[in-house]
Write a protein that binds this ligand. Structure first.
Ligand SMILES: Cc1ncc(COP(=O)(O)O)c(C=O)c1O
Length: 390
């Protein structure tokens, strides 16, 4: 039976065209984009085309796109680059309790270096409270960093309202949006949000691993994290990963061409999975916003009385791949910081699984997944019933 891959927040299967383009470039177009001969110029053209594709999705200028090795690097460059550049202006940073570890751990490091960080709480659906943000803003605030789509529960933050608030109260504070889970999935008009910085990553949109980008609004100055040549306008020195970046550009174009259609399809799949589970008599809770309000590709469910880890293994045995919480710390036993921040009690925390979808999934898979979950839960309950003393 074919596998069912429902861990698309962790990473996605690359499009065939992306794999072909990347290997063709490795073979045929291996020039260094900084070289001034024809091979170099051909490689530089590949970067230009990718830059154009990313810029189109963000509705920004091509020269504002800085390629990185992925979302983690883009987030580090945004946060540390802004903090080090502007530390004389102030030492205060605002973020949320439900950021990706690449932002949270960056903030913790900056705290060790003398910065002060406010971690805004969120409500039970994962939304930031604008009044709390307003109260947190102060004259020393140099940066606000907000996750656009949460990778575990799919909450879409009101990034436009947040931008309007920051810029009306404290226009000198930079506004960074971690868009790794929103890029090419939902519209991302970064200038309309009054944002200054936006991170994205290729492998979340059926592109290759090892490529990402930071959008840096014209006029915004960051301190580079590496010293080297003048690639990416000196902001990110080092020979660009041309094959992966060109493949990133192609993945972005392919996703952009079917963004609205794909989102509608994924909402339908989420609804179908929930309906199938209900019909199979499975008891479950939805963690985070209602599925139709969350990002199209994320659905976080808790199965009360069930250990997520055990159910995950039963599904894996049927070649169905899902994640407990977020893949980045799913090997650690501690509960998800996101599910803790939205106030889930222990039973729901330990029974939470994240299902994340892509255009490769279909309705029939949802039926198989619901059947497998129902069977898995029956199996676990039967086992528990047989255990001595229970
Ligand atoms: C919201 C968010 N930000 C940043 C990252 C890190 O991106 P990358 O895996 O490209 O380093 C991830 C990856 O899961 C993510 O979901």
């Amino acid at each position: 039976m074919a596998e069912i891959y429902l861990d698309n927040s962790a990473t996605t299967r690359p499009f065939e065209e992306v794999i072909e383009l990347q290997s063709r470039i490795q073979r045929e177009n291996y020039g260094n984009p900084s070289s001034i001969h024809a091979r170099g110029v051909a490689a530089e053209k590949l970067l230009d085309e990718a830059r154009r594709s990313i810029a189109q999705l963000l509705q920004c200028r091509e020269e504002e796109i800085c390629f990185t090795s992925g979302g983690t690097e883009a987030n580090n460059l945004a946060l540390k680059g802004a903090a080090y550049r502007w530390r004389r202006r102030g030492n205060h940073i605002i973020t949320t309790q439900i950021e990706h570890p690449s932002v949270l751990n960056c903030c913790r490091r900056l705290e060790e270096e003398g910065f002060t960080v406010t971690y805004l709480p969120v409500d039970e659906q994962g939304y930031v409270d604008l009044e709390q943000l307003e109260r947190a803003l102060r004259k020393e605030t140099i940066l606000v960093s907000i996750i656009h789509v949460n990778n575990e529960i799919g909450t879409i933050q009101p990034v436009e309202k947040i931008g309007a608030l920051i810029k009306s109260r404290h226009p000198r504070a930079l506004y960074h949006v971690d868009g790794v889970q929103s890029f090419a999935k939902i519209p991302t008009p970064v200038q309309r949000w009054q944002a200054d910085l936006y991170s994205c990553s290729a492998h979340k949109i059926h592109g290759p691993k090892g490529a990402g980008a930071l959008w840096v609004r014209k006029g915004v100055s960051l301190q580079p994290l590496f010293q080297g040549g003048d690639q990416e306008q000196g902001l990110r020195p080092g020979t660009e990963n041309t094959p992966a970046i060109a493949a990133f550009g192609l993945a972005a174009r392919l996703c952009a061409a079917q963004m609205a259609e794909n989102a509608a399809r994924l909402y339908h799949l989420k609804e179908k999975l929930c309906r199938e589970l209900e019909e199979a008599g499975v008891e479950f809770y939805i963690n985070g916003p209602p599925p139709a309000e969350a990002a199209p590709h994320v659905l976080n469910l808790s199965f009360p009385g069930i250990k997520a880890e055990v159910l995950l293994r039963l599904l894996e045995a049927r070649e169905i791949y899902v994640s407990p919480g977020s893949a980045c710390h799913s090997r650690r036993p501690d509960p998800s910081h996101v599910l803790t921040a939205i106030g889930l009690e222990e039973a729901r925390l330990s029974g939470a699984l994240r299902f994340s979808f892509s255009s490769f999934n279909d309705e029939e898979e949802m039926e198989r997944v619901a059947e497998a979950i129902a069977a898995g839960i029956r199996e676990l309950k039967a086992l528990a019933g047989r255990r001595p003393g229970q």
